[in-house]
Ligand binder design. Sequence first.
Ligand code: ATP
Length: 512
Amino acid sequence: MAKQEDKFKKVISHAKEYGYIFQSSEIYDGLSAVYDYAQNGVELKKNIREYWWKSMVQMNENIVGIDTAIFMHPTTWKASGHVDAFSDPLIDNKDSNKRYRADVLIEDYCAKIEKKIDKEVAKAAKRFGDSFNKDEFITTNGRVLGYQEKINTILSRLGKSLEKEDLADVKLLIEELEIGCPLSGSKNWTDVKQFNLMFGTKLGADAASAMDLYLRPETAQGIFVNFANVQKTGRMKLPFGIAQTGKAFRNEIVARQFIFRMREFEQMEMQFFVKPGTDSKWFNTWKENRLKWHHSLGLGIDNYRFHDHEKLAHYANAATDIEFKFPFGFKELEGIHSRTDFDLKAHEEHSGKKLRFFDHESNSSYVPYVIETSIGLDRMFLAVFSNSLIEEELEDGKSRIVLKLPAILAPNKVAILPLLKKDGLPEIAHEIVNDLKYDFNVTYDEKDAVGRRYRRQDANGTPFCITVDHQTKEDNTVTIRYRDTMKQERIAIADISGIINDEISFKKWINK
Ligand code: ATP
């Protein structure tokens, strides 16, 4: 645990030191759970967004993108169920006066049991050496099975109680498990209460006539209310999807873990409209597609797992999370939800407008079913960033800090380094910068010895360095150094652009 916390602290301080993420309004001591993206962070975030957008909109003929407003007519949130049901079950500790999400307290308790399983596995792996079979061990070892059974029983009861809105039982579960306040250890709890997460605001100049609005808590509703507009103007036929990325706001109570849980964050959502009856097939297809997208970035297949929901939201008939192994354990990164016809039907009822699809084949019209894929851009940023930050032991006994960002996502693709600040080398280096900058972000660095500059670029996440030296003047060649392998090669200046464009080719990455 201490090791994990340590790693997470390093992630947070590296993000600040290398210009990725700053605390919002830091000079005023910051605003809790609100963050700003710095000069490198904004590029990484943009590249992740683009990687998602291209894979959804550019790669699929039947998916189009839109960009809807953050403010929406307030009835939207009545129809969607957010006014009545978008809440978290909260519990207060009477001694420490700290407020917690009751479900998170219980989930954290289960995560601790999971750690015990990990320990058993590690012990057995050590004992059995090469002949160790993890799958066999976890499905046969009595102690592990006991732990797993306990987790399943707790989570299933939690799911059922939340679904039935039986908050008294959620409290009882916390008491039975003897869960204490993470800060004080006290077990003196209040009852569990629901708390709505939407931020309210006002539209209009004078108080009497001002209209109550909400800052959208998800981008999805902007897609649903535009379903008919997009379908008609784009002459879309089922199945088809509408994608959008944009800000969402939630008054999160337990806002911690850096950019994992923010009050202002960005979502990348896609609603896929299908013929009723085909929803289960499409749900499975999108589960597969989305996992493949994650795997393409090479962050490690073992770092992902599906977690099917026990408790389904009011709109869903199936739901799963893609969980990622963050520095603080496996947590939700993306949700895939089969939302039935709940949203379109609710908007039909509240607006009086038809939100249907006319099917020429069956000569009938119906409300389509929806499969949603919803991923937090900031959470994806944290997944990529934390996974890429590595302290590496080198052969010469030294170590280096390297940010092994996937090259396609890196803020700067290449650093151009003149070996010396004289003899015409900076001039040649600048010429190379001026040529390459049409294609991708290039950075120039002439300060310090070249070894130190390599280390700086490693820590910054720049995947390639080009060094200009005296030989360059003779034969127009330079040295290219690869961040991950530290391999160096002599190449022609004329080949730099081709080599790097190939290394960051979307086609290559997405088909990995
Ligand atoms: P959680 O259980 O972590 O609160 P959720 O199930 O409420 O998440 P969804 O409503 O399904 O989340 O939102 C879709 C995605 O949006 C999540 O998978 C996550 O990546 C992202 N997300 C949700 N809330 C936040 C937040 N407060 N900060 C950052 N990202 C978020």
